[in-house]
Design a protein around this ligand. Structure first.
Ligand SMILES: Cc1cc2nc3c(=O)[nH]c(=O)nc-3n(C[C@H](O)[C@H](O)[C@H](O)COP(=O)(O)OP(=O)(O)OC[C@H]3O[C@@H](n4cnc5c(N)ncnc54)[C@H](O)[C@@H]3O)c2cc1C
Length: 501
């Protein structure tokens, strides 16, 4: 007798998002984490638009918008003067924008949603072993207990135990030797509407405004690259280094660090798992990919993995799809991580500016163009991850845009009872069949979709979509057309063989 349908290892943002996605489909999910309780340190402090969209579809957005700072932009300085101000340009075509909000706050919102769905994280529960057999995995915990589960998903971070137990390699390289980080309360008369960075011949310093929680005052996140050293720095030593680095590299002498809430020293690696699945064990989030935190892409990418694998694993567990569908998870999400690794590595190398040539290109070419509104729009779009498309994957397709695999932006729709709604509000665990009008044609398409997907399909009418469209729970186009036989072929291919092309 299985202990649950799915064991999610890790209660960070990826594991929590996955658990919410599975629980909302009625899948029995266990979430375990080796930590004694929720992490209280901030860690990530920006969630890009695609991550916000996923949280909304999971029903976990809650009051995060009210608890966030709106990211306005970043001013880059060199030799005591500003080079450029890169403004985050809101994308007028989209209903979601990025949020400056701490990882701790996002995790709390996801835990609240998981509780509403009847789940909870089992803290102090460390996975040590995993042995696969024909119809499941036997998992051993640090306290000597074991669990039998059909599926395991390792969302256990960069040093993933599950990845090692599944025998999946994690090749990569170091990108930057060492970074110092501190979240501090400081007496510093700086504009808190934008972040700031200073280039100096010895390295970069970044200062990012962060909103304090509850009664806590507003904070600054400080980051600086320093030469690698094996010395283990204490929090006091890190703060002493920043107290020296700040005036040296920024030229500002009126800054006084009053209190440090979190300090850290880390190296930046770029690593990508050789596979995202080995039999009945899958990987998601930092367990599958790590990269530079500059640009704030990690959590958004992990939550995107979670949403992608949640509907597929849910369909397999509920007998609506064969396990071959799970291979589309790697095919769709690994290229996204490859692109995130490439862009964050390039941006980090340019920002850190190792070598005189790179620094010249950075200060004279790369940074000054960030003043241009067209470049700012492009950069905001690139960071947003709203560009993610699976059209080249096994569930993708050709033809007019949006093509199968493309993300479908939110749009106003009408339910069959005439009440107004929006497309993304109807997704989540559900699929949406968008038709130009109700009637026998729509009914035939709905019956075909429901034959494969059960009752999890909402019928909606919308202005514009001609012909009909079937939208996946993660907001990507599954199919467009008017012929039920064509829809039948496509869904059979996707759900039974993992190939719909
Ligand atoms: C300084 C810094 C700044 C960053 N800023 C941003 C940002 O602004 N925006 C952004 O999107 N990303 C940012 N990131 C990246 C982001 O923090 C990570 O991508 C994110 O934490 C990944 O989430 P995860 O759930 O995959 O893994 P994790 O958050 O690492 O969670 C893994 C969980 O698994 C548990 N675990 C580990 N091993 C086991 C085991 N054997 N058994 C049970 N449980 C286990 C751990 O206790 C942990 O709770 C930043 C990272 C750093 C270091």
């Amino acid at each position: 007798m299985a202990d649950a349908d799915v064991l999610v290892v890790g209660g960070g943002p990826t594991g929590l998002a996955l658990a919410c996605g599975l629980a909302s489909q009625g899948v029995e999910v266990r979430v375990v984490d080796r930590a004694a309780g929720p992490a209280t340190t901030s860690r990530a402090n920006i969630m890009h638009a695609r991550g916000v969209e996923v949280l909304a579809r999971l029903g976990a957005l809650g009051d995060l918008r009210e608890r966030s700072l709106e990211p306005r932009g970043m001013t880059m300085n060199a030799r005591g003067r500003p080079l450029s101000t890169m403004r985050f340009a809101p994308d007028e075509r989209e209903s979601v924008q990025a949020l400056f909000v701490s990882q701790a706050t996002i995790e709390a919102a996801l835990r609240r949603r998981l509780t509403e769905l009847g789940g909870a994280v089992e803290w102090g529960t460390e996975v040590r072993t995993a042995t696969q057999h024909a119809d499941g995995v036997e998992v051993g915990f640090a306290d000597g207990t074991v669990a039998q589960v059909p599926w395991v998903v390792g969302c256990d971070g960069a040093h993933s135990t599950v990845r090692g137990l599944a025998g999946i390699a994690f090749p990569g390289v170091a990108v930057v030797e060492q970074f110092l980080l501190a979240d501090v309360r400081a007496d510093w008369h700086r504009d808190r509407a934008t972040s700031a960075g200073w280039f100096h011949r010895d390295g970069i310093v970044l200062a990012i405004p962060m909103r304090g929680e509850g009664d806590a005052p507003d904070l600054w996140r400080l980051m600086a690259d320093v030469p690698a050293s094996d010395e283990r720095l204490t929090a006091e030593q890190i703060i002493a280094r920043f107290a020296r680095l700040l005036p040296e590299r920024t030229g500002e002498t009126d800054v006084r660090i009053e209190e440090a809430l979190w300090t850290s020293v880390f190296r930046i690696h770029r690593r990508l798992a050789a596979d995202y699945r080995s039999g009945r064990i899958l990987l998601a989030g930092d367990a599958a990919h790590v990269h530079s935190p500059i640009g704030g892409q990690g959590m958004t990418t992990g939550i995107g993995d979670a949403e992608n694998v949640a509907w597929k694993l849910g369909a397999v567990v509920r007998g609506r799809a064969r396990p071959a569908l799970l291979d589309t998870y790697r095919a769709e999400r690994r290229p996204v991580a490859t692109e995130v690794l490439r862009s964050t590595t390039t941006n980090t190398r340019i920002l850190v500016g190792e070598g005189a040539v790179t620094r010249f290109v950075r200060d004279r070419i790369f940074v000054p163009v960030l003043n241009k509104p067209s470049v700012q729009r492009q950069a905001t779009r690139a960071a947003s991850q709203l560009w993610v498309s699976y059209r080249r994957g096994p569930l993708g397709g050709r033809g007019r845009r949006p093509r199968p695999g493309d993300r479908v932006p939110d749009l106003p729709c009408t339910r069959p009872d005439g009440s107004p709604t929006r497309l993304h509000a109807e997704l989540g665990p559900r699929w949406a069949l968008l038709v130009p009008a109700l009637g026998p044609d729509a009914e035939r398409l709905l019956a075909t979709a429901r034959a494969h997907l059960g009752d999890d399909v909402s019928l909606l009418t919308a202005h514009g979509p001609q012909p009909a469209r079937l939208v996946r729970p993660d907001g990507h186009l599954a199919w467009r057309g008017g012929d039920p036989a064509d829809l039948q072929r496509r869904l059979t291919g996707a759900m039974q063989t993992g190939r719909a092309r």
